[in-house]
Design a binder for this molecule. Sequence first.
Ligand SMILES: Cc1cc2nc3c(=O)[nH]c(=O)nc-3n(C[C@H](O)[C@H](O)[C@H](O)COP(=O)(O)O)c2cc1C
Length: 190
Amino acid sequence: MELIETINNRRSIRKYKSTDIPNKIIEDLIDFARLAPSAKNRQPWKFMVVKDKTKNEIADIMLEKEKKSKVSLERKIYNANSSVKATANIMKQAPILILVFKPKENNWIIGDSLSIGAAIEHICLRATDLGLGSLWIRDIVYTQKEIANLVGISDMELISAISIGYPDEKPKQKPRKKLNEILEWYEDGK
Ligand SMILES: Cc1cc2nc3c(=O)[nH]c(=O)nc-3n(C[C@H](O)[C@H](O)[C@H](O)COP(=O)(O)O)c2cc1C
């Protein structure tokens, strides 16, 4: 697929077929993440692929905490409608979940987070290129410690996750801001 076509075709996919994905394909996705730019070339990312039982346990951790919390976790912190339950159920349905970890070093929070964002987008675009669907997930944030514990990671922080699978839906492109809403030209002397 041409790059322009890939960028235009990428969507957040929230319905997946149960078709298995060979490990070689997942390795290919991570290989593209490897090529992303990063602040000071720190390449501050680690990716962990989870499937089946562990993937579902991760989703259950999210569902349980959300259920136990009187006010939705997302509303409490961001005053936004909660999508945790919906996201956890999508994670259960998708055959693959990629957990994305970042170093805990405080001096690099922003640089590392931006770099990891670039790497995640590489994964999502390569997935589209290969006919796969992806969903970039941040709803793991409220249970990041519990999830990291479950998979035995203590020296890094879980910053994101990505669901991957063959798409079982064809969503339209979500509305985008117009170019003139986001672009300013600064001209000397005006
Ligand atoms: C940093 C980030 C976090 C996101 N977290 C979630 C999430 O937890 N659950 C979810 O359903 N979608 C999540 N999304 C997907 C966005 O909702 C989606 O990208 C946006 O609505 C635009 O739709 P599109 O990706 O189809 O263009 C996330 C996207 C980004 C970039």
